[in-house]
Design a protein around this ligand. Structure first.
Ligand code: C5P
Length: 212
């Protein structure tokens, strides 16, 4: 019943965004990367010279559409700031209606941490995308590294550093009191370790078809 809402949750760099965007394309649904909301709030705090651990509710309430189009939302500093502001209940409350409104209008695919548990507990389809920490770190490192040449030792050290940051962020996101990262009881888990992006999409489409 109602609009088709698909929740795609999971830890950092598990492939949620790639899957959610492809699903939205395949199904003709709007797509919302909810992590961008928290990133944009974190960015505003940093720009204002504030610690992201200070009250970020005003920054969340002041958010504008153009904040989400900024190109500097995926730096390691913003990763940490986003996770810090995301632990504040008032920030989450400030961003709730926008997310619900986005999905309620035409249906949507949303990716994040709490879409299936808090934002859309009645979503028709809930997916929880996981992968080993190492392959998530490799994925994120490849996204970040650009074209700079790097030897094997440099590569391993760089991936170690990314892995440590991912683990710290997942630990914080999982341990927070409000809307912690966890699968909804009725979420279907997809382990993306052994699957390429096309295979993950096919698996997800099978799960969606079964629920239509
Ligand atoms: O998904 P992404 O890595 O861009 O999210 C950045 C941070 O925003 C996460 O580490 C998490 O703390 C927060 N977040 C959240 N709830 C969501 C999406 C993101 O708390 N639905």
């Amino acid at each position: 019943s109602g609009r088709l809402v698909i929740a795609v949750d999971g830890p950092a760099a598990a492939g949620k965004g790639t899957l959610a965007r492809a699903l939205a394309d395949a199904l003709g649904l709007p797509y919302l990367d909810t992590g961008l909301l928290y990133r944009a709030v974190g960015r505003r705090m940093l720009d204002a010279g504030l610690s992201p651990h200070e009250d970020a509710e005003p920054a969340a309430r002041a958010l504008q559409p153009e904040d989400l189009r900024r190109t500097d939302l995926r730096t390691p500093e913003v990763d940490r700031a986003a996770s810090a502001v995301a632990s504040q209940p008032a920030v989450r409350t400030a961003l709730l209606q926008f997310q619900r409104g986005f999905g309620a209008e035409h249906g949507a695919v949303l990716d994040g941490r709490d879409i299936g548990t808090v934002i859309f507990p009645d979503a028709r389809v809930k997916l929880f995308v996981t992968a080993s920490t190492r392959s998530r770190a490799e994925r994120r490192w490849k996204q970040m590294r650009g074209d700079a040449p790097v030897d094997a030792a440099g590569r391993a050290a760089a991936i170690d550093a990314v892995e440590a940051e991912l683990l710290a962020r997942d630990a914080a996101d999982s341990a927070r009191a409000t809307a912690p990262l966890r699968p909804a009881p009725d979420a279907v888990e997809i382990d993306s370790d052994a699957l390429d992006a096309d295979a993950v999409l096919r698996e997800a489409l099978r799960i969606v078809q079964a629920r239509l």
